[in-house]
Every structure is written in structure tokens, then in C-alpha cells.
Design a protein around this ligand. Structure first.
Ligand code: ASP
Ligand code: MG
Length: 408
């Protein structure tokens, strides 16, 4: 593979219409003067949402294979248009689908993971072109079926391609200035972070910050690809650099607050306190490809029974309840209960582990504000509280202020 390829990814808002595509192409045209450019694009604007909606109108539970084939058309539209515009600018550009490149995934529809990327088609394309435009979000199985990587998956495509072609940096162009200490729409004093570690970003993204897909950052960490999140419309701005973050925790304890309103919690009420019960529950849910997030078990000494509560993505709530209802009698549980009125508010920071007292401070802030905490989870790098959804934004603002995250 040729050296020195710049990998640039543009999200849906950056290629929303032909005017914006033209702007993107001007930026790409500038970059290709410094060397070959591999462009990855998402579908235009809300195209994928629109396609999902159409599928929902066609069938209550659209066939997953057909859905992938449908959704992959969104990126096929944007790559061709980007390539066409580049060619009008005199740039030697060609577009390719994941199938054409050979972006191989596992044989799972709707959220497949990339297993291998072939580089021969890309190498050949770069012999004949200065810019190669590749469709994000899609893949192909060894059996030739089209898959998709899950919503927001184009970031993952871009990082995987950067790793495959040996690019040290992957630029993720989006419609915000970078990664912030909190969502600036929720917290006014939120501030752009010039630099952040992979670990912190993975936590932030997982916990609800929506700038970059957590799988993409995980992949970047594995392959040591530096990711730069930048604003398409302010190409001279610094953005945020995501890298190994060595020594970062020495000068920063906490980095940001994230809010996730897309979760729901499920409780299995009064199951016997016996070894193997939790395993059975988690296995059954995992077998449906559903990711369980926070888990809480409360034991009632008087009855000898447990309540096991956990959170899942709101979109996974229905199948989760169905699985648990099937298990209910076998486990000897009395009830399966769901709570949709929840939001996770999390404080993230690589340096938290060395600072006792952070949890106490956070709980006092919420307590003084009269915000009830429904669940708590902690790890080395985060502290998460589940609160009522209506109180989530206020909680985030209070925590952001209490930890002085807005201060430069
Ligand atoms: N177009 C896909 C989506 O909207 C993939 C992406 O944007 O990254 O989810
Ligand atoms: Mg998108």
C-alpha cells in the first residue's frame, strides 16, 4: 500500500446537499495537494432515518438482510456525488462501495463488526487516482451479503480503513468543533477539549456523548490511529485530538459530563438468591445480541430474594422484556418491570481513580438539588447515576459547575 494517505471522514450533515458536498470537495481538493486522500462518507443528511422509516412502513419487523441492503444505498448515493463533484474540479477521484473494496464483516445483519479489509482494490485505485471515496457504514460477508455496522458506523469504517492503509491519523469531520466537556446544547459553559484520551472518549461516547462512535475510538486505540475530530465548516480550527493521552491524568482529574436519554431499565423482581441465576439472565439477553449496561442487584435478607435490575438501549427494551418473561417462571421470579423514565448522567475522567471524594461531592450536589438517584455505577474512569429523565439536564449542569469543567 502506498504511504502517506490522509483519511478524511465526513458525516451526514457535511454532505447534506450538493452545496455542502461542494464545500467538502474543496477541502478534499486542498488536502490532496499534499498527498493521496481516502475519503469516507456517511449518507446525506437524514437519508438513513428516512430509509429506516420507509422500511417500517413496508413491514412491522423488516427483514434484517433486506434492511441492510436498503440502508447501504444511502452511502452509495453520497460517495458517487462526492466523486462526481471532485471530477468537475479536475481531481482524479473514484468512488467504491464496501463490497468493491472488500470490507469484510461478520455475518450479522444491522450491527456487524469488521473482520478484515482487503487493500488490493484500494492500492490499484490509488495508482490511478488521487482521491478514493469509500462508502461508510457498510460491509460485505464472505458469502457476498451486504451488511451494515450499526447506526453511526461510518466513523468505524474510517478508522478501520486508516488502520488498513497504515495512516497514522484519521480526521473525522463533523458539524461541531470537537469534543466538549458536556453537550453545549445542554450545558452553556461547556468547553472544547483540545486533547483527550481514547479511554475517556470511549466512556463519554458510550455514556451518551454523540460526537463519535465508541466502536471507532476503540478500534483507533487498538491500532494506535490518532483521531482528530474537526468542524467541516471551520477547517482551520484545531478540533480535538484523541490519542493515547499519556500523562494526561496528571493535570486533569475529570474531563466531562455525559447524558444518555436513550436507555431504559428492566428489573426482575424477587428471584431466589442462588448461584447461576444472574448468569442465566445475562446469557439469555446476550444471546439476542442485546448489550446490557448497568447492572444492580439488591438482596432482601428477610425474604432471601434478589431484585436484579439492569439497563439496555431503549430500542432493545421490547425484546429484553420478551426474553425475561420467557425465563420468569423457570427462575422463580414474581415479576418483570420496566422503567422508561430514566437517563444516565455520568462524570468521566482518567484521573478520577486517584481522587477519593469525587463520588461524595457528586452525590452531595445531586442531593442538595433534590435529585433522586435511582441507580449508581462506578468504574476507574466514570461515575454514573441514573436519574429521572426530566432531571437529567439539570443534573448535568450542576455536576459540570461543581467540578468547574467550564474553567479553562
Ligand atoms: N448513515 C449511517 C447512519 O446514519 C451511518 C453514519 O452516519 O455513520 O447511521
Ligand atoms: Mg449519520
Amino acid at each position: 500500500m502506498i504511504n502517506n494517505i490522509a483519511v478524511l471522514k465526513f458525516g451526514g450533515t457535511s454532505v447534506k446537499n450538493i452545496g455542502r458536498i461542494r464545500h467538502v470537495c474543496e477541502l478534499v481538493n486542498k488536502r490532496r495537494r499534499e498527498g493521496p486522500v481516502l475519503v469516507v462518507v456517511s449518507a446525506m443528511g437524514d437519508t438513513t432515518d428516512y430509509l429506516v422509516k420507509l422500511a417500517g412502513q413496508a413491514a412491522a419487523e423488516p427483514d434484517k438482510r433486506e434492511l441492510d441492503l436498503l440502508l447501504s444505498t444511502g452511502e452509495q448515493i453520497s460517495i458517487t456525488l462526492v466523486s462526481m463533484v471532485l471530477r468537475t474540479m479536475g481531481v482524479a477521484a473514484r468512488s467504491f462501495t464496501a463490497y468493491q473494496v472488500g470490507i469484510f464483516t461478520e455475518s450479522i445483519h444491522n450491527k456487524a463488526r469488521i473482520v478484515d479489509i482487503k487493500t488490493d482494490t484500494l492500492s490499484k485505485a490509488f495508482e490511478e487516482n488521487d482521491v478514493v471515496v469509500v462508502a461508510g457504514f457498510q460491509g460485505v460477508t464472505t458469502g457476498g451479503e451486504i451488511t451494515t455496522l450499526g447506526r453511526g458506523g461510518s466513523d468505524t469504517t474510517a478508522v478501520a480503513l486508516a488502520a488498513a492503509v497504515g495512516a497514522p491519523v484519521c480526521d473525522i469531520y463533523t458539524d461541531v468543533d470537537g469534543i466538549f466537556t458536556a453537550d453545549p446544547n445542554l450545558v452553556r459553559s461547556a468547553r472544547r477539549l483540545p486533547r483527550i484520551s481514547y479511554e475517556e472518549v470511549v466512556e463519554m461516547a458510550r455514556l451518551g456523548a454523540q460526537v463519535i462512535h465508541p466502536r471507532a475510538v476503540e478500534l483507533a486505540r487498538q491500532h494506535r490511529v490518532v483521531v482528530r475530530v474537526r468542524n467541516t465548516f471551520k477547517p482551520d480550527d484545531q478540533g480535538t485530538i484523541i490519542d493515547g493521552g499519556e500523562q494526561m491524568e496528571i493535570y486533569r482529574t475529570v474531563s466531562g459530563v455525559a447524558v444518555d436519554k436513550e436507555q431504559a431499565s428492566v428489573a426482575i423482581v424477587e428471584v431466589p438468591d442462588r448461584p447461576g441465576i444472574a448468569a442465566k439472565i445475562m446469557r439469555a439477553v446476550a444471546d439476542q445480541n442485546i448489550v446490557i449496561d448497568m447492572i444492580m442487584q439488591a438482596f432482601h435478607p428477610k425474604s432471601g430474594l434478589n431484585n436484579i435490575t439492569f439497563t439496555v438501549a431503549r430500542t432493545d427494551l421490547k425484546p429484553t422484556i420478551a426474553v425475561l418473561n420467557q425465563l420468569k417462571d423457570e427462575l422463580g421470579a414474581t415479576e418483570v418491570e420496566a422503567d422508561q423514565d430514566i437517563a444516565k448522567v455520568s462524570l468521566i475522567g482518567a484521573g478520577m481513580v486517584h481522587q477519593p471524594g469525587i463520588a461524595a461531592r457528586l452525590f452531595s450536589v445531586l442531593g442538595e438539588a433534590g435529585i433522586n438517584i435511582k441507580m449508581i455505577a462506578t468504574s476507574e474512569m466514570k461515575l454514573t447515576c441514573v436519574v429521572s429523565r426530566a432531571e437529567a439536564d439539570r443534573a448535568a449542569q450542576l455536576i459540570h459547575d461543581a467540578f468547574e469543567l467550564g474553567a479553562p
